[in-house]
Write a protein that binds this ligand. Structure first.
Ligand code: 9D3
Length: 232
């Protein structure tokens, strides 16, 4: 069983997020438990301040270290990164993180406890990354408004890798990227739609020829949309 705790100033953002599809099934089957916590619950001042102005000047606000350290320490019982229990990873979602890949997701899917810290504003006090966090993770080179959508993406990639999360008809090992190529094009009925016909070969029942067509079509699609995958 994997337990995921999300630390966020917008816990309501996640209200229905895990109630659909594979993630819902995995929760129902007891493979994962996911809880979003309000960072403000770990503030001690009467205004529940989670952010403050940046030292050195500059626009925007920075998330303060104290509530984040208090949150992680109360969830893990640990004091800082050194004493984080075995099997627990503490991830900060940040644009400065290492970029999420399928292999990082597979690594995180091995742990028993995952604590996700969602940044907001202009950033998070660097002492969080220095002393509290085991993994600083970005989901790619584009700008989000905060770490919350990145946490959704990270949880989705991890949960579908948990043993038993996918039906027996599919397996995570079959997925795109694992093979280094994009998926081949898929078609269903009708055979002709607005003048566009399904490739005849898929209707023949010749499984060897179909497999060959699919490999070629996947390579063609990969060359057009993701040539970087072919160059590795
Ligand atoms: C690098 C941009 N920063 C320059 C001043 C400002 C900034 C932009 C966006 C600071 C924080 C954010 C909020 N983004 C995230 O928290 C985030 C993120 C992202 O923006 N892109 C990809 N992955 C992630 S994970 C968390």
């Amino acid at each position: 069983m994997l337990r995921v705790d999300i630390i966020t100033i917008f816990p309501e953002y996640f209200r229905e997020a895990f109630d659909y599809g594979i993630v819902r099934r995995a929760r129902a089957a007891g493979l994962v438990e996911i809880k979003a916590h309000n960072l403000r619950g770990w503030t001690r001042d009467k205004h529940s301040m989670v952010d403050d102005r940046p030292f050195g000047g500059g626009d925007g606000m920075v998330l303060k270290p104290e509530p984040i350290f208090a949150a992680v320490e109360s969830l893990t019982g640990a004091q800082g990164r050194e004493s984080v229990p075995n099997g627990t990873r503490v991830a900060l979602l940040s644009p400065q993180g290492r970029v999420l890949t399928q292999s990082l997701a597979a690594e995180l899917a091995q742990c028993s406890r995952l604590i996700l810290i969602c940044g907001r504003y202009e950033g998070v006090d660097e002492r969080v990354a220095e002393a509290l966090v085991t993994d600083e993770v970005s989901i790619g080179d584009y700008v989000l408004s905060g770490g919350e959508p990145a946490a959704l993406v990270l949880i989705d990639t991890i949960v579908r890798l948990l043993p038993g999360a996918l039906g027996s008809e599919t397996s995570a090992a079959n997925d795109s990227f694992v093979a280094g190529l994009l998926d081949c094009p898929q078609y269903t009925r009708p055979q002709e739609f607005r003048g566009m016909r399904v490739p005849d070969i898929l209707l023949t029942g010749n499984h060897a020829e179909i497999a060959g067509w699919r490999r070629a079509a996947a390579r063609k699609k990969t060359r057009r949309n993701r040539p970087d995958l072919l160059k590795k």
